[in-house]
Write a protein that binds this ligand. Structure first.
Ligand code: MG
Length: 168
């Protein structure tokens, strides 16, 4: 039986992943409206990934015979002044998520819940990738600055991202 403390913490993480999904969906819709379909596509894939994170934790709680309790998902911003602003918000958000995952991992270890700790390994690795990908895009955006052709090329490049279900 999973400890109540761990069950509650995993339910909170599910809510955080759903909020992340909602945030990236909002960014996707914003950039679709702004005529940046490639950036919109990138955030749409990001939205799908976050849903997969949430579902993986729900499946895990079910597998441990625990209860998944869905809580309201808080509101998200709806506008960003530039692609760079959105990707900087994304990086800041992913750093927060990394801290949440690290705290969960430490709790699982302290509570000697080794199954949960092992489940979180893939999430730890996933966060390294998330932050790295976003940092690369910010670097590219910094290189082109406000150059329209450069921004167009980045948009075209991000149009190529396709959703691959993460193995969690
Ligand atoms: Mg996530």
């Amino acid at each position: 039986m999973i400890k109540k403390k761990i069950e509650d913490a995993l339910n909170e993480q599910i809510n955080a992943e759903m909020w992340s999904a909602y945030l990236y969906l909002s960014m996707s819709l914003h950039f679709e409206h702004e005529g940046r379909p490639g950036i919109a596509n990138w955030f749409r894939v990001q939205f799908q990934e976050e849903q997969a994170h949430a579902l993986a934790l729900m499946d895990y709680l079910n597998a441990r015979d625990a209860r998944v309790v869905l809580q309201p998902v808080a509101g998200v911003p709806t506008e960003w002044e530039s692609p760079k602003a959105a990707f900087e918000d994304t990086l800041a958000h992913e750093k927060k998520v990394t801290a949440l995952i690290n705290n969960l991992y430490a709790m699982a270890e302290a509570e000697k819940d080794f199954a949960t700790r092992q489940k979180l390994n893939t999430f730890v690795a996933e966060q390294v990738e998330e932050e790295d990908n976003v940092r690369q895009i910010i670097d590219d955006l910094n290189l082109v600055g406000t150059d329209g052709t450069g921004l167009y090329q980045i948009d075209r490049q991000l149009a190529g991202r396709t959703y691959v279900a993460p193995v969690l």
